[in-house]
Design a protein around this ligand. Structure first.
Ligand code: NAP
Length: 453
């Protein structure tokens, strides 16, 4: 198997892709004969590249010396169509190419997707119907609806949908995979999973990092396209979908698409930009790109009539944290004493993977006081010690031709439709500059009250 990474000198390769490939290697999940070809335009050789990657890795890499013999660096400007003749010759000469298994992983900004895909197709490195040849696209797929449609058309004119993997690594996370299990294997949840019982849903994805070295890419995307269009909308689709008629990939995605088709975002949308963003490398001094966005959305389907979904994401927050909080309606409590609270189901995605159910009960003592209490399940503590990283799972799925945790074209298309609409009205909304998490959360509270943040 040949696993080729385009954009391999970037952040993603050292942070996620190499660690995931190493974990699969240690777990003996990779084919016996495999090679990882890392494409970058810098004048590196194998040694310099590997040293740079190794410096960025944290954790234990006992078998690194063995593993690194499978990795090589290939210098190439992948935006130059002329460069692909030599690349084709290089690929065909690789001994690991004997089986014909080739995976092309595009860890690049989306504007490079059509250039690279077209060149691979023209050089017959990616041919229609040959399931040994697959192409993986990092998120976001496209820059807007129009570009996404044109990239998709280009692909499907020449190769099969089953050879295309549009990645959203959130879908590989343990707790995202757990949402359907929690909902559809528990009578106590699914029977009350609707607007009659649920007051509101909150989906949060906070990052503590700034844009770091990724300013050039990030400024053209912003939080709306970098996080909302993919990770948060996909999470929302899993929380809000109706039960599928079966567990096939197609039936599940059909239900998720219905959510995205009926997604309506209410004005105002809150946009923020962290203080200091304009001083970051690669950011134009007058940039109005948002690094924080919060929105109130509705799913106009019978199950969710009138239930708000609050979606919140931002960079340079105090903590990296992702979670889903389902807040249930008041229970018309008969007990006057004490301070019962609403039932809440929290699905923790990061840093802890877990589930917390808040309910009310009697406070200990002689008097009948009601008070909130919690049942707390730590998934990462209890399940096999360590849950696999999302990229590990997703790369393995590509190797095994399993696209169930990848996004289908119509999911992406509908997500872009909503984001495009928001992008068009963005200039009319204020951009709140925030120094820290509490400052921007105060803005959110002003709009929607305490219970949201
Ligand atoms: N970083 C993350 O944590 C993360 C997480 C999830 C998804 N993603 C997605 O993954 C993709 C890549 O992210 P990233 O953070 O790795 O981006 P990045 O750090 O900007 O890396 C992109 C790499 O592509 C290289 N490159 C650019 N133009 C090239 C060309 N013409 N020929 C050859 N190499 C070229 C760059 O090399 P030079 O240094 O020479 O310019 C750079 O090292 C993005 O779509 C992003 O949304 C990233």
């Amino acid at each position: 198997m040949l696993f080729t990474i385009f954009g391999a000198t970037g952040d993603l390769t050292a942070k996620k892709l190499v660690p995931a490939l190493y974990a699969l290697y240690m777990d003996e999940q990779l084919p016996k004969r495999f090679a990882v070809v890392c494409i970058g335009r810098r004048a590196y050789n194998d040694g310099v590249f590997l040293e740079e990657v190794r410096e960025k890795l944290s954790g234990v890499y006992d078998k690194w010396e063995d593993f690194k013999t499978h990795i090589s660096y290939y210098q190439m400007d992948f935006s130059n169509p002329e460069a692909y003749g030599d690349f084709e010759a290089f690929v065909r000469a690789q001994p690991q190419n004997e089986s014909g298994d080739k995976i092309y992983y595009l860890a690049t900004a989306p504007r490079f997707f059509p250039i690279i895909a077209k060149a691979l197709i023209e050089h017959r490195l990616l041919t229609r119907g040959d399931m040994r040849e697959k192409i993986v696209f990092e998120k976001p797929f496209g820059e807007d609806l129009e570009s996404a449609v044109s990239y998709n058309r280009l692909l499907l004119e020449s190769i099969e949908e089953s050879q295309v993997y549009r990645i959203d690594h959130y879908l590989g996370k343990e707790m995202l995979q757990n949402i359907m299990m929690i909902r559809f294997t528990n009578k106590i949840f699914e029977s009350i999973w609707n607007h009659e019982n649920i007051e509101h849903v909150k989906i949060v994805a906070y990052e503590s990092e700034t844009v770091k070295q990724r300013g050039g890419y990030y400024d053209s995307a912003g939080a709306l396209k970098d996080m909302m269009q993919n990770h948060l909308f996909q999470t929302l689709a899993l929380v809000a979908m109706d039960p599928p008629y079966g567990l096939s990939d197609e039936l599940i995605k059909n239900q998720k698409v219905k959510v995205l088709e009926h997604l309506r975002v209410e004005s105002p949308i809150i946009f923020g930009q962290y203080d200091g963003y304009l001083d970051e490398k690669g950011i134009p001094p007058t940039s109005k790109t948002e690094t924080f966005v919060a929105m109130k959305a509705f799913v106009d389907r019978p199950r969710w009539l009138g239930t708000p979904f609050y979606l919140v994401t931002g960079k340079k927050m105090d903590e990296k944290r992702a979670e889903i909080v389902i807040t249930f309606k008041d229970s018309n409590c008969l007990f006057e004493k004490g301070q019962p609270d609403k039932n809440k189901l929290t699905i923790e995605i990061f840093p802890r993977e877990g589930i917390i159910l808040q309910f009310n009960g009697k406070a200990p003592g002689l008097v009948s006081y009601a008070m909130p209490m919690k049942m707390d399940y730590c998934h990462m503590c209890n399940v096999m010690g360590n849950s696999p990283e999302a990229y590990e799972k997703l790369i393995l799925d590509v190797i095994h031709d399993d696209a169930s945790l990848f996004t289908r074209w119509d999911e992406i298309e509908n997500a872009w439709r909503v984001i495009d609409r928001i992008s068009k009205g963005k200039q009319n909304e204020p951009l709140h500059i925030y120094k820290n998490q509490s400052e921007i959360e105060a803005v959110v509270r002003d709009y929607w009250g305490d219970k949201i943040i």
